[in-house]
Design a protein around this ligand. Structure first.
Ligand code: SF4
Ligand code: SF4
Length: 489
């Protein structure tokens, strides 16, 4: 009798649990589907305030094939091609001409204005050409081509900067040529050039959530000393006390290395936060919310909520520069993808061609269908293997036709999964409809400017709709519209 009752109770609990889950999922489904396709039903901005930043996202395959491989160094490529634009802002102005001799660390491009960045030679040798270089976004910039002499001699002028106070630090960072190395390329001296009291939290982004990419994790495992040096200097010159290093919980060794480093930096409060391994955990606004609980709303910056986010490799680069005076001239890059014979992390002089990188990794086993700068979720396809490694290149992937094949899109089935998955609760299906109609007001109302182009919506769409591509086009349409308005007024 007792056993029968037990079975009955277990059955009841399971049934209730199933019913609750079923109802919850279906209420969610109906809500999202309705919300997705009736964009003006709510005030979207209010909705964004209230609903955004739930821990949404996706579980992507990790494919971190290179994490156990030793990191190797390319010593001297025969040529480097160094563009004057490897950052957000105005291109640098070339300071060398054909025939000039340069060494590692010689300045070859001067920052043009505040939001710009200096560019330095990554090899020793002779300037052979100044060419027009077509960037992946289609715009042209000048690139300096340097033939290496194979000696890799360092410019004798290189010495650690004298940094006594905040102004010195900002000037040194401006000189260093360091930009956001996680992909954005925003000049670091501009990001840190705010009233120090506004920086309540410094968040170090170690959440390397894109499949394949492991170069940041390698940095955390191998350059903790540089990171610690940078944190002490940021505390000394800017008074930054609260530092959170955010890492996904599937990177146990990196978490351990950062905890050890945090324990050694006693000057300020450095903590390590282990985050769920969900893509896009490394998105700036997502990271700020999950580390501090603060929301960066549309058209606002992290500093508006007292936060500055630096990528962990950027932090290591700051430490290395302040210690040695060597500006940013090399980068650790993950080389992976099904077409690469020996996937690994490679430390490479900036400006080295992708072809040299592939050759160094044993060549390609089959013709890649796509070569991508960065990870497969947010990376950019490059046209050919002459393309150089840039300051903010964290990975080069050569994907086989099988890996790169995209399924054929079919008609939207109004399921609302895209909205339910978007970290910001946007409505990608409705955005796509508004874009097709070129409905500027609807695009504004749908807050498309908030989209971080993470690709989660495309990833989950059962109809394989190219949603992130439509979002990018929509944002471009709004930019063009703004430019037209600006010209009129
Ligand atoms: S690409 Fe944009 S709309 Fe799509 S899930 Fe990411 S943030 Fe949301
Ligand atoms: S676009 Fe895709 S995910 Fe979004 S509602 Fe349509 S079918 Fe569903």
């Amino acid at each position: 009798m007792h056993s029968l009752l037990n079975h009955f109770l277990i059955f009841k609990v399971l049934t209730l649990d199933f019913t609750a889950r079923f109802m919850y999922n279906h209420v969610q489904w109906v809500y999202c589907a309705v919300d997705t396709f009736l964009p003006h039903r709510h005030n979207r901005k209010e909705r964004y305030k209230d609903m955004a930043f739930y821990l949404r996202g996706i579980h992507t395959p990790h494919r971190k094939n290179t994490i156990k491989q030793p990191t190797v160094r390319i010593n001297s490529p025969a040529f480097v091609t160094i563009p004057m634009t490897m950052h957000i802002g105005k291109p640098a102005i070339p300071t060398v001409k054909v025939g000039d001799l340069v060494q590692i660390g010689t300045k070859i491009g001067e920052a043009d204005g505040r939001i710009s960045s200096n560019i330095y030679s990554s090899v020793s040798g002779k300037v052979t050409k100044l060419v027009e270089y077509l960037q992946y976004n289609g715009s042209a910039t000048t690139a300096v081509v340097i033939e290496s002499d194979g000696e890799m001699t360092v410019d004798p002028a290189i010495c650690p900067p004298a940094v006594h106070n905040r102004e010195d630090l900002i000037a040194a960072l401006r000189e260093s040529g360091i930009v956001g190395l996680g992909g954005a390329g925003f000049p670091t001296h501009v990001k840190l050039d705010v009233e120090p009291e506004r920086i309540e939290h410094l968040i170090i982004n170690g959440a390397e959530c894109e499949p394949y990419v492991t170069s940041d994790t390698v940095t955390m495992l191998t350059r903790a000393d540089d990171m610690a040096y940078a944190l002490r200097e940021l505390y000394r010159c800017l008074g930054i006390i609260n530092v959170v290093i955010a890492i996904e919980n599937n990177k146990k060794e990196a978490i351990a290395a950062m905890r050890e480093m945090a324990g050694a930096v006693t000057e300020c409060n450095v903590s390590v936060k282990s985050l769920p391994s969900v893509y896009p955990q490394g998105g700036e606004k997502v990271l700020i919310y999950h580390t501090t609980g603060r929301k960066v709303l549309e058209n606002k910056l992290p500093i508006d909520v007292g936060c500055v986010v630096l990528n962990c490799t950027t932090l290591a680069a700051i430490g290395a520069y302040l210690k040695t005076g060597m500006p940013l001239v090399e980068k650790c890059v993950t080389v992976d993808g099904g077409s690469v014979k020996n996937p690994q992390n490679v430390i490479v002089p900036i400006g080295t061609s992708i072809e040299d990188l592939f050759n160094f990794c044993g060549g390609l086993t089959e013709q890649p269908a796509k070569i991508i700068y960065g990870g497969p979720m947010m990376g950019i396809t490059v046209r050919n293997t002459d393309t150089p490694v840039l300051k903010n290149t964290n990975a080069i992937l050569a994907l086989t036709p099988k890996e790169a094949k995209l399924p054929e899109p079919t008609a939207c089935i109004r399921c609302g999964t895209c909205t339910n998955t978007c970290p910001f609760g946007l409505a990608p299906a409705a955005i796509a409809l508004a874009y097709e109609k070129k409905d500027i007001e609807a695009l504004k109302a749908l807050s498309v400017g908030t989209c971080m182009e993470c690709g989660c919506c495309s990833f989950v769409c059962p109809a394989n709709r190219p949603l992130v591509q439509m979002n990018k086009l929509s944002k471009q349409l709004l930019r063009e519209e703004q430019m037209k308005e600006a010209k009129k007024s």
